[in-house]
Design a protein around this ligand. Structure first.
Ligand code: SF4
Length: 452
């Protein structure tokens, strides 16, 4: 007689989830949607609280009696299991829940399916089966494995006259912070060394959610720019901030940059400097004192790289506006700059502003602008010769390696050409800078890969 050796099937080793769904049919549909997603990831449903790895309580907050029932259900699940995620209508009042049960793992509002699923992943990670799962645990990435874009919100509340994004994507909708952080953690676990935070307006993150707070690890964090930066800074990866508008609260992030938690790099799309043009553009957070603020930021964070983009030839831009912009650039001494000639996008309000700037004038202004910026960039890079900078390696070429320092975002900024041996994509090494040109640095690797 042969005895078959028993191997654990995926079903037997899969984490289990208990669910209690209170309230109306809409809440029931929400629960079904969450469970469908979890089942598709291999989770098993548990018939009891006791046997579950985590319990989801989908609450109702319609009447006081429903709230009471919801709180009782949370209490029961806490007593029987202890690992509880709360969602549904009562999740819109996280303070009430946290006050009664400070140890619940996460509180999410109604229809926040992704946030619930992220919280479950955190409490009881899914088992990844490379033979069955079509998608790796960190999702499908179009970037190389060592860096990844982290989208924190969709849409925009601003109405810049040259832009049709709000028409296409609607107003700002932020992703709950626990969902964003769970994704960031997955990325880092999967080998990502650099996270690039993107959105249409990064510093407005969470305004639409009134900075909703959530429990995370052993603390409470808000869906807010500074909390996000602080938490991302704990993950042990490079964190690079894009599309930050200079609202006053942005100043808080420079402390984290000095501590090495967030890269001393900030991408602020100024687009112009002349007050007339900025007014016509209806740019957010534009103010007369931007130059003063730039000087303040550099005082607060001396190693700061400021990147920005500009538009020349915007309708109504006069010679005087353009000269103002050039003078402003010379004073601002921005490190990395992109410049575009204005293009009339169909449906953009700016097209109605008169007079349009002739193409040859746009062309001439663009060249003059780039000349000024090139001189600034050349001088700034020259000042780095002799320094030793950490560099992340992007690729190996016939002549050595190409990498980036904290001052260079992938695709849009310059690079560091590195000589050395035995480096791999994603390694972060100290590089002694020996030479510079208009946009790039050149140097020699000083050490083996260093930990982030
Ligand atoms: S802030 Fe950006 S996305 Fe929003 S309207 Fe202005 S240009 Fe468009």
């Amino acid at each position: 007689m042969t005895v078959k050796k028993k191997t654990n099937t995926r079903e037997e080793t899969a984490p289990t989830v208990g669910v209690v769904s209170l309230g109306c049919p809409k809440a029931l549909v929400d629960s079904e949607r969450i469970l469908t997603q979890l089942r598709s990831e291999g989770y098993q449903l548990s018939p009891s609280y006791e046997g579950a790895d985590v319990v989801i309580v989908n609450t109702c907050g319609f009447l006081d009696s429903a709230k009471k029932e919801s709180l009782e259900a949370i209490g029961e699940a806490m007593d029987a299991n202890g690992k509880v995620i709360v969602t549904g209508c009562m999740g819109a009042e996280p303070e009430t829940i946290m006050k009664a049960y400070p140890k619940v793992l996460a509180v999410t509002g109604p229809h926040q399916y992704e946030a619930v699923v992220s919280a479950v992943h955190d409490a009881a990670p899914p088992i990844h089966d490379p033979y069955v799962d079509l998608v790796p645990p960190q999702g499908i990435k179009l970037t190389p494995r060592h860096y990844a874009y982290l989208k924190i919100s969709e849409g925009c509340n601003n109405r810049c006259t040259f832009c049709i994004i709000p028409k296409l994507r609607g107003d700002l909708v932020s992703r709950p912070i626990i969902q964003v952080l769970a994704e960031a953690e997955r990325l880092v676990k999967a080998g990502v060394k650099e996270i690039l935070v993107i959105s249409q307006d990064t510093s407005a993150y969470g305004i639409d959610m009134k900075y909703q707070a959530y429990p995370w690890k052993n603390r409470t964090i808000r869906t807010k720019f500074i909390d996000l930066c602080r938490e991302l800074g704990e993950l042990g990866a490079w964190v690079r901030l894009h599309y930050v508008y200079p609202y006053p609260h942005v100043d808080e992030v420079f402390g984290l940059m000095n501590e090495g938690k967030v890269l001393p790099y900030i991408d602020i799309p100024f687009q112009h400097a002349s007050p007339n043009v900025l007014k016509n553009m209806r740019r957010p957070a534009h103010q007369e004192k931007t130059l003063e603020r730039i000087h303040d930021w550099r005082r607060m964070c001396p190693d700061l790289t400021i990147r920005s983009t500009f538009i020349v030839g915007f309708p109504g831009e006069t010679d005087a506006d353009f000269e103002f912009l050039l003078d402003w650039m010379k004073e601002a001494q921005l490190d990395r700059v992109g410049c575009f000639k204005y293009e009339a996008v169909g449906g953009a309000k700016a097209n109605e502003i008169q007079p349009a700037v002739p193409e040859e004038v746009k062309e001439e202004r663009w060249h003059r602008f780039m000349q000024v910026q090139q001189a600034i960039s050349t001088a700034k890079l020259k000042a780095k010769v002799g320094r030793t900078l950490p560099v992340i390696i992007d690729e190996l070429t016939e002549n050595g390696y190409i990498g980036r320092s904290s001052a260079d975002a992938p695709e849009i900024d310059g690079t560091v050409h590195v000589t050395g041996k035995g480096l791999k994509q994603g390694d972060i090494v100290n590089v002694k800078i020996t030479k510079s040109d208009e946009y790039d640095l050149f140097g020699k690797a000083q050490s083996a890969a260093i930990a982030v």
